[in-house]
Design a binder for this molecule. Structure first.
Ligand code: GLC
Ligand code: CA
Length: 591
């Protein structure tokens, strides 16, 4: 099948910036749906569930990498950008996915991993052969990666620590004994960093991205893109922290603008979302500017770093609600009219949010999940729903390290429980508790479709265990019920389509110092939304300022959505009480 990018199908005729009132559904294909019983989710599995995504009301899918891979990091280590991982299917399956998604009015955003490839990518296999070929010519692939000489005693070129642990420099396994050349890898040694300073490499990547857009995909999620430019001096870093020197390097903006010019701007209405740790509103204003000169929006991490995050994730720290409110408000206000936010609690790298705050079991499980959803979906930005989030899926109780698959958790286990040097040491039991709380595999246990064996994910043995709570939490059951978490997400998504104020209104926090409740307003000249969410399992009081009451009291009021069957009416008054985990949104205006 060939798709001519210039011949517009109905999707291509969408209005510019279609993502502003869209909701994106994120799929981790390995864990979504297995169509052939080999225990691994695949593309035909995804195609079979497009109607489910449609039913939820999402307009776009972001699918995690589905390319040929060596699978050290489940697809984030690519061996060929233009082939499909055979475990997932074929190129025909990918083309059918694009076509079937488009038939349903769903756009497809694919994951672009451009900071690094797999160490088994042919470019790297060539690169590691050395600067010159046996016939004396220079090796054209040498400079596709970042090579530096080590110190006189065989030490690495600098003290940078890889994000997945250990030194960020390695020698290839095939290197001769006396070789002193190291390659840089910000993540694992199996993920060597590409050298973006090399124009030939950049052109190769741009060509490949255009090739995908020509196939009909609607945009890209730009994996770890802030790392593509590094400090060229490669200086030692304080405590070995790689981020200050390896992210937002001096040429990042140049590369990003060039990528826009060479790729995104050549097609219509391409959506891009850039994964950027270390983001600030100033950076967002450059990289996700409303003028569309670079990316459409960014993923920042600060709200999810509040319980550890980039600095040190392996702790029991809890997210503090006051800090969370300050941070969310900061981003909502700073980006208004300047850059575009993304809104998310969950993705394939994050433990399940309902286990981080909210209640993962007990009578308030569903109510707290709905509260957390409502709280973020009514802010400004593009919401992302990560597979299973719409069911209130929870963390997995890891009881043995043999259940863990994730490279990051396995490396942390070696470091903190193993014999090697480390400032922090944990017992195995402590570390398993931490992995159950913070590990990325919590997001990667199979999607819970129904109450049949393996949650209906696979007829074979799943590559990673299914959460034992699938008999209780699954899609089939939730689709039978009007008051399920799924139905609540469906209503939230529908509200965004109906009320322009959710996309365009301004944001202001209410009752800011309240430690238990997140209340905020969205406002325009003539309309107002009041959002209130009780983060506690006990009743709480909320106080509204006098000017808030004054401006809304003559307007007609109506509850648009609530997670509390007892909340039938809302009377605007200076204070009111919320039930445990109650959340609602009230609309004030002319209806
Ligand atoms: C991003 C991805 C993560 C991956 C890493 C390296 O952070 O979301 O899953 O491990 O980049 O590609
Ligand atoms: Ca399969």
């Amino acid at each position: 099948m060939t798709l001519d990018p210039l011949k517009k199908d109905s999707i291509m005729q969408r209005p510019p910036k279609w993502w502003k009132n869209s909701v994106v559904y994120q799929i981790y294909p390995r864990s979504f749906c297995d169509s052939n019983g080999d225990g691994i989710g695949d593309l035909p599995g995804v195609i079979g569930k497009l109607d489910y995504v449609k039913e939820l009301g999402c307009d776009a899918i972001w699918i995690c990498p589905f390319y040929a891979t060596s699978n050290y990091d489940n697809g984030y280590d690519i061996t060929d950008y233009e082939r499909i991982n055979p475990e997932f299917g074929t190129m025909q399956d990918a083309e059918r996915l694009i076509e079937e998604a488009h038939k349903r009015g769903i756009r497809l955003i694919i994951d672009m991993v451009l900071n690094h490839t797999s160490c088994e990518h042919p470019w790297f296999l060539e690169s590691q052969k050395g600067p010159t070929l046996p016939d004396g010519r220079p090796n054209p692939y040498r400079d596709f990666y970042i090579w530096r000489e080590g110190g006189p005693n065989g030490e690495a070129p600098n003290n940078w620590e890889a994000i997945f642990g250990g030194s960020a420099w390695s020698k290839p396994e095939t290197a001769p004994e006396d070789s002193s050349s190291f390659y840089l890898h910000i993540f694992s040694p199996q993920q060597p960093d590409l050298n973006w300073e090399n124009p030939a490499l950049r052109q190769e990547l741009y060509r490949m991205m255009r090739w995908w857009l020509a196939k009909g995909v609607d945009g890209f999620r730009m994996d770890a893109v802030c790392y593509i430019s590094k400090d060229p001096a490669f200086p030692d870093s304080k405590d070995g922290n790689i981020r200050p020197y390896a992210s937002f390097g001096p040429h990042f903006e140049t590369f990003a603008r060039e990528m826009n010019r060479e790729v995104f701007s050549r097609f219509e209405n391409v959506m891009t979302v850039a994964e950027m740790s270390e983001s600030t509103p100033e950076r967002a204003e450059i990289y996700a500017n409303e003028d569309g000169s670079i990316f459409s929006m960014i993923f920042q991490f600060q709200h999810l770093d509040l319980d550890g995050g980039d600095s040190f994730k392996w702790t029991h720290r809890k997210i503090d609600l006051l800090e969370l409110k300050r941070l969310m408000g900061f981003w909502q206000t700073a980006l208004y009219g300047r850059a575009w936010n993304s809104l998310y609690w969950c993705n394939h790298d994050q433990a399940r949010i309902f286990s981080r705050f909210g209640e993962a079991e007990g009578p308030f499980r569903e109510k707290s999940a709905k509260m957390i959803a409502l709280c973020s979906h009514l802010m400004q930005g593009t919401p992302y729903v990560y597979q299973g989030e719409e069911l209130g899926m929870t963390n997995y109780p890891f009881r043995s390290i043999s259940e863990v698959r994730d490279i990051e958790s396995l490396n942390a286990w070696k470091k903190f429980c193993g014999p090697g040097p480390s400032e922090v040491k944990y017992t195995e039991a402590e570390m398993l508790d931490l992995i159950s709380l913070r590990g990325r595999d919590n997001a990667r246990t199979p999607m819970q479709w129904d109450a049949t064996p393996n949650a209906g994910f696979s007829a074979g043995t799943p590559w990673i265990n299914v959460n034992p709570n699938y008999t209780q939490i699954n899609a089939a059951e939730q689709l039978t019920r009007d008051d399920s978490v799924f139905r609540f997400y469906q209503k939230l998504i529908a509200l965004r389509k109906k009320y322009e104020i959710i996309t365009a209104g301004r944001y202001a926090v209410l009752d800011e110092e309240n430690p238990d409740v997140y209340a905020y307003e969205r406002f325009t000249e003539d309309e107002n939304l009041l959002v209130a969410a009780n983060f506690r399992n006990h009743p709480t009081r909320v106080t509204l300022p006098a000017d808030y009451i004054a401006k809304n009291q003559s307007r007609s009021a109506g509850i648009l959505l609530t997670n509390d069957p007892q909340r039938r009416t809302f009377q605007l008054s200076e204070t009111f009480t919320l039930n445990p985990y109650e959340a609602f949104v009230v609309f004030f205006g002319v209806r």
